[in-house]
Write a protein that binds this ligand. Structure first.
Ligand code: MG
Length: 162
């Protein structure tokens, strides 16, 4: 049955000194980066989970297990391209995504345009349909102590009638 479907995604990764920091497919200059099997792009992961969720296809970990060597250090934009393919196989396409990064630093605003462009490129939509926002955690809790960076996303998917 055709129609629209919505999904939600959340991710968090631990910050550690000396690791690269990639968010929304953009490399950021920062003394700490995210510990992960992939590039640790929590924003891309939250978006990927939202898209999989919209189609009730399980979660990112089920599709791209962190025990699988082929996903070590992989660009999370590549994972989003693969998810776009999973949707396409099912007659579905991304309508829009809204997302929020939760972090104390670095400042995200200067990079939002590039993040939207890269995420949109991976998902095969125009950047105007991909929203990236950021907020701090007001220094509260683990994210507030800069022990990690979190992200959440919602995605709308349109499915062809078959
Ligand atoms: Mg993740």
């Amino acid at each position: 049955m055709g129609g629209f479907r919505v999904g939600i995604g959340y991710d968090v990764h631990r910050l550690e000194p000396g690791l690269p920091l990639t968010l929304g497919g953009v490399s950021l200059s920062h003394p700490q980066g995210l510990r992960a099997h992939s590039d640790g792009d929590a924003l891309a992961h939250a978006i990927g989970d939202a898209l999989l969720g919209a189609m009730a296809l399980g979660d990112l970990g089920a599709h791209f297990p962190d025990t699988d060597p082929q996903f070590r250090g992989v660009s999370s934009l590549t994972l989003l391209e693969r998810i776009r393919g999973l949707l396409r196989e099912r007659g579905a396409r991304v309508v829009n995504v809204d997302s929020t990064l939760i972090l104390e630093s670095p400042r995200i605003q200067p990079h939002v345009v590039e993040m939207r462009a890269r995420l949109a490129g991976a998902l095969g939509v125009e950047p105007e349909w991909i929203s990236v926002k950021a907020t701090t955690n007001e220094r509260l809790g683990a994210v507030g102590r800069e022990e990690g960076i979190a992200a959440m996303a919602v995605a709308l998917v349109e499915v062809d009638a078959r």
